[in-house]
Design a protein. Structure first.
Length: 224
């Protein structure tokens, strides 16, 4: 894959410059992700799916809030279906309206789906459920666990609204790692970064999370 060409870092004292920089970086990263050839995308996706399976193996009864893949994101649905088959549960976000927290609703492969916010499929006819693990797609990320998403702020807004914070796993491609995404004050870092290069713990919750099988140990964290 060709290297990603990104604009120079902004002046950190200029909020408008930071906002413009994030928009331009988002555009470049999405264009790069869309250009990944299918064979490479498939190979990297297998690595990420294996890493997610290791995380969920330590939490076999967890309810996992995941995402419906769009714009060449990594498709974790096979991992989620396997998790359900092994006794776990899953949920997909429903977006009530713009600038509101997402609500996770119970999901199984048999759930009826309809186009929701931004035409992303959402389950209908299922109840809202609390989640123990949240999988957040990464357009880009930095080493502190701050994620660059699509700009709507849905994941951060949702995390801030939850009474009990789930374990948050950011999923993306290693090439989209940035030195700094210059997060906004309301941005919330993920607990684990998962890419095709391995799993990286970011917060103490990554290794201290209690919602795992009794007596099991934390997943093995890898490095490139």
């Amino acid at each position: 894959m060709p290297p990603i060409s990104l604009p120079a870092p902004p002046n950190v004292s200029d909020d408008a410059a930071i906002s413009d920089w994030r928009k331009n970086v988002r555009k470049e990263l999405l264009a790069w992700r869309g250009s990944i050839d299918p064979a490479t995308h498939g190979q990297w996706s297998v690595s990420v799916c294996n890493g997610m399976m290791a995380i969920l193996a330590e939490r076999p009864k967890a309810t996992v809030g995941f995402y419906w893949p769009i714009q060449n994101e990594i498709d974790l649905r096979p991992v989620i279906v396997d998790h359900i088959a092994r006794g776990g549960k899953a949920a997909l976000p429903v977006v009530p309206t713009k600038a509101q927290p997402m609500i996770f609703h119970d999901w199984t492969p048999q759930a009826e789906m309809v186009p929701g916010f931004a035409r992303i499929p959402e389950p209908v006819g299922t109840k809202a459920v609390p989640i123990h693990v949240m999988i957040a797609p990464l357009v880009g990320f930095d080493g502190r666990g701050y994620r660059l998403g699509y700009g709507g702020g849905f994941f951060d807004r949702t995390l801030a609204s939850l009474a009990v914070r789930p374990l948050v796993v950011g999923v993306g491609f290693e090439a989209t790692r940035l030195d700094d995404i210059f997060p906004h004050e309301y941005d919330i870092p993920v607990d684990i970064i998962l890419t095709e290069a391995g799993m990286y713990p970011v917060t103490e919750k990554a290794i201290g999370d209690t919602y795992r099988a009794e007596g099991s140990s934390p997943p093995c964290f890898l490095s490139s």
